[in-house]
Design a binder for this molecule. Structure first.
Ligand SMILES: [Zn+2]
Length: 370
C-alpha cells in the first residue's frame, strides 16, 4: 500500500495538539519539534523508527516530507523511498544504505512558507529536472487559503499559485485539497497533477472534508496519505477507513464548499466509496501519482512484487467466525465469499499484528513475524 505524504520529523508528535487547527498547530507543535532535527543523532533515531513502523504497518511506498525549512526536501521511501536534507546529507546517505530504493522529491511545505523568489527557483529547478516528483500541500485549511491569497495577490486561487510557478505536472503530489473549487480541480486535471487524500489529518486538524467523489468523477488521480502527524495514525488502512467514513457522511450531508452546488451526478460524487474504489486509492491510485503504475500497485504479470502476507485474527477486532479458518467441505463459491469477507475485515478492522510479512520487490522487509 502507498502513503503519499507524511512528515518523518513529526512522528514524535503523533496524538498531540488536539486543540489546534493547522496554522496554530504548526506554530505550537510542529516547528518546535522539527527544530530538534538539527541534532543528527536524534534525527537518525527517529527516522529509523519511522521507516520500521511504516513498513510493519504495510506501507511499501511512502513519500516523506523530512526536513524543517520552507524548502523541505522529501523522500520517497520504498522501503521506503527516503529524503534528502541539506543539513544532514551525510546521515541521510548512511540511513539510505539501510534500505534499497529511494528517490528525492522537491517539497515546498506549502505556498505560505515560500517567497515568490523561492517559488520561482523551485519552478526553474523542476523545469531542469523533468522526471523529479514534487510534493506539497494545497487548500488544506480556510485560514491558510486566505493567507496564501494575501501573499500571492496576483493569483485568484491557491491552485493558481502553484500553476503560475510551473509546479503542477504529472508527478506532482498535492496533499489535502479540501476546499478546491471546480476551476481548481480543472487546473489540476489539465496539468496532470494528482491529489493525496488525507482524511485522518483533515478530521484531526478540523480542516474539512475533501470532495474525493467529485475529484474521481472529474478523472483526477487520487491516492491516500497519512500526513502524520497532522493525522495521528500511520499507515494506509486508517486513511482508507476514514475516506470511507467521510464519503458516507458526504452522502447523507453533502458539503457545499465555496458556495458551490455540488449536485453533480456522477459515479462517485456524494456517494459512499465502494471497497474496490477504496482499495484502488490505497494501491493503484498512489502508484499512478508516483508515476509507478506500470511497476507496482497490483499483481499483473511483469510488475514488481510488493505485497502483504496477512494472517487474520491476531488483532482483537479481526474476528473470524468459528471454524472459518478451516474451510473444509466448502464449495468454491462459499470459499470465495469467505475470502471476500476476510478481505473486507482486513481493510476495516485489522492492525499491524495481522500483517505477518511485507514484501517489496520480492524482498521480505517487515511485518509482525519478521
Ligand atoms: Zn502535511
Amino acid at each position: 500500500m502507498i502513503s503519499l505524504i507524511q512528515h518523518a520529523p513529526q512522528y514524535p508528535n503523533l496524538g498531540l495538539g488536539q486543540e489546534y487547527e493547522l496554522l496554530d498547530w504548526l506554530q505550537h507543535l510542529t516547528f518546535p519539534r522539527e527544530a530538534k532535527f538539527t541534532d543528527l543523532e536524534y534525527a537518525q533515531k527517529v527516522y529509523d523508527q519511522v521507516v520500521k513502523r511504516n513498513l510493519n504497518a504495510g506501507v511499501s511506498i511512502s513519500a516523506h516530507n523530512v526536513r524543517t525549512t520552507s524548502y523541505s526536501p522529501a523522500i520517497f521511501i520504498r522501503p521506503q523511498h527516503v529524503l534528502t536534507t541539506p543539513v544532514s546529507m551525510y546521515r541521510v546517505q548512511r540511513f539510505l544504505q539501510m534500505w534499497f530504493l529511494n528517490e528525492a522529491v522537491i517539497t515546498p511545505r506549502f505556498a505560505l512558507s515560500c517567497t515568490s523568489e523561492l517559488m520561482q527557483e523551485l519552478g526553474q529547478l523542476m523545469a531542469s529536472e523533468p522526471d523529479v516528483h514534487i510534493q506539497t500541500h494545497l487548500s488544506e485549511n480556510r485560514t491558510e487559503i486566505q493567507e496564501t491569497l494575501r501573499s500571492f495577490p496576483e493569483c485568484t486561487s491557491y491552485t493558481e499559485v502553484y500553476e503560475k510557478y510551473g509546479m503542477l505536472r504529472n508527478g506532482t503530489i498535492l496533499a489535502h485539497c479540501v476546499w478546491l473549487t471546480e476551476d481548481e480541480m480543472d487546473i489540476i486535471k489539465r496539468t496532470g497533477a494528482g491529489i493525496s487524500h488525507c482524511p485522518t489529518s483533515n478530521f484531526n486538524l478540523m480542516s474539512g472534508g475533501a470532495r474525493v467523489g467529485a475529484m474521481l468523477d472529474k478523472g483526477l488521480n487520487v491516492g491516500l496519505g497519512s500526513d502524520c502527524s497532522g493525522g495521528f495514525a500511520l499507515g494506509v488502512l486508517p486513511q482508507l477507513r476514514n475516506a470511507s467514513m467521510l464519503s458516507k457522511m458526504l452522502a447523507v450531508q453533502p458539503e457545499k464548499p465555496n458556495g458551490q452546488t455540488n449536485g453533480h451526478v456522477g459515479q462517485f460524487t456524494n456517494k459512499p466509496l465502494s471497497i474496490p474504489t477504496l482499495f484502488y486509492l490505497a494501491t493503484m491510485g498512489g502508484a499512478a501519482l508516483c508515476k509507478m503504475a506500470e511497476t507496482v500497485g497490483n499483481f499483473l504479470p511483469g510488475k514488481e512484487f510488493d505485497a502483504l502476507h496477512v494472517t487474520p485474527g491476531r488483532s482483537p477486532n479481526f474476528f473470524l467466525d468459528v471454524g472459518e479458518n478451516r474451510p473444509v467441505g466448502q464449495t468454491r463459491d462459499e470459499r470465495r465469499k469467505k475470502l471476500k469477507e476476510t478481505f473486507e475485515r482486513f481493510l476495516f478492522v485489522s492492525d499491524d499484528r495481522d500483517i505477518a510479512h511485507v514484501y517489496v520487490r520480492g524482498r521480505k522487509v517487515g511485518g509482525s513475524k519478521v
